[in-house]
Write a protein that binds this ligand. Structure first.
Ligand code: SF4
Ligand code: SF4
Ligand code: SF4
Length: 445
C-alpha cells in the first residue's frame, strides 16, 4: 500500500474490492447509501431551516459552523482521500429523486450540447458562488448560507424534473465541478476491469436492468476513465453481473500526470480557484485591503472584484508561461494539453483546504458556547481557543505540502513523461514559478 501511495508508477494500483470484500458488499447493498443519504437529507433540512428562521447573529446560530466549518471543510478534506465519493451521498439531488420515483418528470436524456458547453456554465456558477461568498461575508450570514444551499437544491430538482437521472450533477453543479477537479488528485479511483466488459451487450451499468435505472450521470462503469465525472455512487456495482466495477488505491498524482491538463474543467477552475483563495486571504488578513476598499467608496464588491481579476490574470499568465517553459503542449495523438495546470492542482486544493481549515480552527472552540446561546443552555465553560501558533503551523505546513506536490508533478514531467524535451534551464524556471506561488500563499495565508 505504501509503495502504491508514495512511489510513482502509473501501472501500480491495488484492487480494494478484492482486498476487502466487505467494501464491495457495502457498495452492493444499496440500503447503506440510502441510510447515509437519508441522514444527510435530515441534517441538511435542519440546517436550511436554522439558517432561514434561526437567529441571524453569527455568535448565536450554530448552522454557520456546521455548514462552513464542519460540512464544507470535511468535503474539501475528503477530496484527497475518497475523491468524488461525497457525491454518492450528497443531499442536493434528494428531492429530484423523489419526483423521479413518483414518475413526475420528463423522461428525456439531456441534450448533447450540454456536454460541450456546460463546463463553461458550471465554472461561471462556481465563480459566482465564490465571489458572492466573499463579497457578502456569507460565512457569517445564516440566511445567505441557507439561500445558497436552497439555490443548489433548486437547480438539482429542476433538472431532475426536466431530465432523466442527475443531469444537474453531470453538467451544471458548480460544487460537482470543483469536487471532480479535486478528485483528480485523490488516492482512490473507481474504474472497470475492461477485460471483463469485453462482450457485454446490454451495458446494464449504463442503461439499468428491469426497473432499476442505470448510471445517474449517463456514464456506466465501463466508460469511467478519470475521476472528473463518476459520482462513485456505486449504483452500477450490483447492476454488473461480470464483477467489473472496482475501487482502486493509487498514487494520488497519477491521474494528474497521465492527463497532463487535458480537460477544460480544470483549465478554467484552477486559475479562478487560486485567484479567489489569494483574494480571500488578502481580504481577511491584510490591513491595506481595508484602505484599498475605503478608497473605493467602501465597496467590498468593487475592491474584491479588482483583486480577484488581477490574480486571475496572473494565474492564467502563469499557466501560459508554464506551458511555454515545458515547450510541449500539443501532441498528434493526445491533442492539446496544458502541463502547468496539473502542476498547480496540488497547490490549488491544498490552498482551499488551508482557507477552510483556517475558519474551522478559529471557530471550533466556539462550538459549544454558540450552541448553548442558541438553545438557552449554559455551555460557555466548554469554549476554548486553538493556539494561534498551532493554526499558523498547520496552515503553513499544508502550503509546503502543496508546493512539494507541485514540484513532484513537474519533476515527473521533466524526468519521465517529457524526458529529454524540456531544457534544464526551463525546468528551473518552472521550479521558480512553484516557489514564487508557494511564497505568495505562505505570506498571505
Ligand atoms: S454534483 Fe453537486 S448536486 Fe450532484 S451529487 Fe455532487 S455535489 Fe451533489
Ligand atoms: S461494467 Fe459490467 S455491465 Fe458495464 S459494460 Fe462492463 S461488464 Fe457490462
Ligand atoms: S459509473 Fe457507477 S459509480 Fe460512477 S456515477 Fe455511474 S453508477 Fe455511479
Amino acid at each position: 500500500m505504501l509503495k502504491v501511495l508514495f512511489v510513482y508508477d502509473p501501472e501500480a494500483r491495488l484492487d480494494l474490492f478484492e482486498l476487502f470484500p466487505r467494501l464491495k458488499s457495502f457498495f452492493s447493498n444499496r440500503r447503506n447509501f440510502a441510510i447515509l443519504r437519508t441522514f444527510g437529507d435530515i441534517v441538511f433540512t435542519i440546517l436550511i431551516l436554522m439558517g432561514l428562521f434561526g437567529p441571524q447573529d453569527p455568535s448565536r446560530n450554530i448552522m454557520l459552523f456546521i455548514s462552513w466549518g464542519v460540512w464544507w471543510t470535511s468535503i474539501v478534506l475528503s477530496w484527497f482521500f475518497v475523491g468524488r465519493m461525497w457525491c454518492g451521498v450528497c443531499p442536493f439531488p434528494g428531492i429530484g429523486r423523489i419526483f423521479q420515483k413518483l414518475g413526475l418528470y420528463r423522461k428525456k436524456l439531456p441534450l448533447q450540447t450540454f456536454s460541450k458547453y456546460c463546463a463553461y456554465g458550471a465554472t461561471i456558477l462556481l465563480a459566482l458562488i465564490l465571489w458572492v461568498e466573499a463579497v457578502t461575508h456569507m460565512k457569517y450570514s445564516p440566511f445567505l448560507t441557507s439561500l445558497l444551499l436552497i439555490s443548489i437544491l433548486l437547480g438539482a430538482t429542476v433538472f431532475a424534473i426536466l431530465y432523466k437521472g442527475q443531469a444537474w450533477c453531470r453538467h451544471f453543479c458548480p460544487m460537482g465541478k470543483i469536487i471532480g477537479a479535486a478528485a483528480t488528485m485523490s488516492i482512490l479511483e473507481f474504474r472497470p476491469l475492461l477485460e471483463k466488459c469485453r462482450g457485454c451487450k446490454d451495458f446494464p451499468c449504463k442503461r439499468g436492468k428491469g426497473n432499476i435505472p442505470g448510471c445517474p450521470v449517463y456514464l456506466g462503469a465501463y466508460a469511467v476513465k478519470n475521476n472528473l465525472l463518476c459520482l462513485v455512487c456505486g449504483h452500477c456495482v450490483p447492476l454488473c453481473d461480470r464483477d467489473s466495477p472496482r475501487l482502486f488505491l493509487r498514487h494520488p498524482l497519477k491521474e494528474l500526470i497521465i492527463n497532463k491538463g487535458r480537460y477544460l474543467t480544470c483549465a478554467y477552475i484552477i486559475p479562478f480557484l487560486m485567484a479567489s483563495q489569494l483574494s480571500r486571504f488578502i481580504q481577511e488578513k491584510t490591513v491595506w485591503y481595508q484602505s484599498f476598499k475605503a478608497s473605493l467608496a467602501n465597496s467590498e464588491a468593487i475592491a474584491f472584484t479588482i483583486i480577484l481579476g488581477l490574480w486571475f490574470i496572473f494565474f492564467v499568465g502563469i499557466i501560459r508561461l508554464g506551458a511555454k517553459l515545458f515547450t510541449f503542449f500539443e501532441d498528434e495523438l493526445f491533442g492539446k494539453f496544458s502541463p502547468m495546470v496539473p502542476v498547480l492542482v496540488p497547490m490549488a486544493f491544498t490552498g482551499e483546504l488551508t482557507y477552510r481549515l483556517d475558519y474551522f480552527l478559529h471557530e471550533v472552540g466556539n462550538f459549544f458556547p454558540v450552541l448553548g446561546r442558541q438553545f438557552g443552555l449554559e455551555l460557555e465553560h466548554l469554549g476554548f481557543v486553538v493556539p494561534e501558533w498551532l493554526i499558523i503551523l498547520t496552515l503553513k505546513t499544508l502550503i509546503i505540502v502543496g508546493g512539494i506536490g507541485a514540484f513532484y508533478v513537474a519533476w515527473i514531467f521533466y524526468s519521465q513523461e517529457f524526458e529529454g524535451i524540456v531544457p534544464k534551464i526551463n525546468f528551473f524556471g518552472i521550479v521558480g514559478l512553484i516557489v514564487m506561488i508557494s511564497t505568495l500563499y505562505f505570506v498571505f495565508c
